[in-house]
Design a binder for this molecule. Structure first.
Ligand SMILES: [Zn+2]
Length: 533
């Protein structure tokens, strides 16, 4: 039998890929064995989990602290609260950032009392007096000014940076809040002091000034962003019960009324050691644990917050959001799916990879390359978070002259194909090879390792799951993909949102007829983000 050159090439590619994937599997096993020798986990008596990973190649270390509370934990009526801690974390402690904490504490209590008096008047449903409100606000501002005189701005950050800290940052997502930086290893003890101190003793210093900063963030990310506005309406429509339906940054009315007193209650409930995991990676030793325990073990214990009771009820009918706006048209749709602990989690990853990973992915090839109707098209799992039941979403940006409806039809065609026809061997194999490569790539530097170890230890109770997940990825079959696709990609489980171009009222009146061509798409349209950042 004669073998065509094309078939020969295909066979060769197959051999190379199998070789690559076997090599990948061995590499992963070898990495796990290496990590087993280097990683030490200790749960301190107060409940805080400490992870050390020895990588003595360079005299530096990175860390990640993850507090298992994010925007989804904001109490009702107080959306935006979890994110405030990301801001307060750089404002210092009882010892840092103040010229006189004893006096500042008294002054801050006066700020709260003055704000409460203003707030009580502001919230009066009947008989609110504008004069009194003005007077109370002036008193509140005076109290703030009095407290401000004790503030040493940026002292916390300056101490860290003067000692070689780089990449100081924090992130709040709907699921959790993360703090991280890198530092020379001879500053490990100083770091332990700074980090444990700000976890145990944050001071709501300049709280209301930071609240204004966050309100400005909301205006930029949501109110002045077409994608932000669409995502906010999309999530609020897709979710009827679970807080994933709220914007991570908070509703304007709630955010503008949260108080330092409420922040204190949130801190007492969620910033307890049992809810915190800290991973330190780099030129550190398991024997450093005793020193670290002195600092982190001193954080007062508290009960682990009770798990959330709200579970999003099943969606029973298709829902839609149509926004008419004089702006770039957009399309977003999502289907409810289980949280990250689902036995099918890796199947969703496979679907995401096949739809969206790079220029050989199905949505890119079809919508962007072949049909030329989209500037970008992607499907992604875990929107807007992963900890609770979430969505598999599709996002597309139409090219000039094309509509969100065309995105919708083209995406549905691709979904139908996935439901009715098995994916190719090569597609499935590529996904598995890439997943392995991604795990290994994530372990290339101290910061990445710290983040991954802390995340997996927190989410699965064992950092080894970072490697073990590859077994579940290896087990994904073509039949799994069709089964899951048929389960969740159904109209009754779908919510979609589109931004349709509408001529601005003024220019429509001037020109007399609507422009058929919307503004050109941005060069690289940002993907919708779930949580606050
Ligand atoms: Zn922020």
């Amino acid at each position: 039998m004669k073998i065509s050159p094309a078939a020969r090439v295909a066979a060769l590619v197959c051999c190379v890929m199998v070789a690559l994937s076997c090599a990948g599997q061995n590499l992963v096993q070898k990495e796990l064995a290496k990590f087993e020798k280097r990683v030490t986990v200790k749960v301190l008596p107060n409940g805080l989990t400490l992870i050390i990973c020895e990588r003595p190649e360079a005299p530096v270390f990175s860390y990640a602290t993850i507090v298992d509370a994010g925007d989804a934990n904001d109490p009702g009526g107080e959306s935006g609260l979890a994110h405030m801690f990301e801001h307060l974390a750089f404002k210092g402690t009882k010892d840092i950032g103040t010229t006189n904490y004893a006096a500042e504490k008294v002054a801050l209590a006066k700020v709260e009392a003055a704000y409460d008096a203003y707030d009580t008047e502001y919230r009066k449903r009947v008989g609110r007096s504008p004069e009194k409100l003005k007077e109370l606000h002036a008193k509140f501002e005076m109290a703030e000014k009095a407290a401000n005189q004790y503030v040493i701005p940026n002292e916390f950050t300056e101490i860290a940076e003067a000692n070689g800290a780089t990449g100081l940052n924090a992130e709040t997502s709907l699921d959790d809040t993360e703090y991280f930086w890198s530092m020379p290893s001879n500053r490990l003890q100083l770091w332990a002091y700074l980090e444990s101190d700000r976890i145990a003793n944050p001071v709501p210093r300049q709280f209301y000034r930071e609240r204004n900063v966050v309100m400005e963030e909301r205006r930029m990310r949501i109110d002045s962003s077409p994608i932000g506005r669409m995502v906010e309406q999309f999530l609020a429509t897709a979710y009827v019960a679970h807080p994933y339906g709220r914007p991570g940054v908070g509703w304007e009315s709630e955010l503008s009324q949260i108080t330092a007193t409420e922040a204190d209650a949130f801190h007492k409930k969620y910033y307890v050691p049992a809810n915190i995991t800290v991973a330190v990676v780099g030129d550190v030793k398991a024997s450093d644990l005793a020193m670290l325990e002195k600092y982190f073990g001193a954080i007062p214990a508290g009960p682990k917050p009770e798990p959330m009771t709200t579970v999003e009820p099943p969606q029973t009918a298709e829902k839609s959001v149509i926004i008419k706006d004089p702006t770039q048209p957009l399309y977003l749709e999502g289907y409810h799916k289980p949280d990250y602990r689902s036995p099918d989690d890796a199947v969703y990853d496979a679907i995401q990879d096949i739809f969206s990973n790079g220029r050989t992915s199905r949505l890119y090839r079809s919508l962007v390359e072949k049909q030329g109707i989209a500037a970008m098209a992607e499907g992604f799992s875990g929107f807007p978070g992963i900890k609770f039941p979430n969505m598999f979403a599709f996002f597309a940006v139409p090219n000039a002259g094309h509509t969100p409806q065309e995105m919708r039809d083209a995406i549905h065609k691709e979904i139908e194909k996935l439901k009715t026809t098995d994916v190719a061997d090569a597609e499935l194999e590529m996904f598995k090879t890439r997943a392995r490569a991604d795990v290994l790539r994530g372990l290339a530097d101290n910061q990445g390792i710290a983040e991954q170890l802390a995340t997996y230890q927190l989410r699965y109770g064992d950092w080894r799951e970072l490697f073990n997940q590859l077994n579940r990825i290896d087990a994904v079959t073509k039949a799994d993909i069709r089964r899951v696709a048929n389960q969740i990609f159904v109209p009754g489980n779908r919510t979609y949102a589109m931004v349709e171009y509408q001529v601005p009222e003024k220019s429509a009146a001037q020109s007399g007829e609507p422009s058929p061509h919307p503004a050109p798409p941005p060069k690289s349209a940002a993907k919708p983000q779930g949580g606050a950042r």
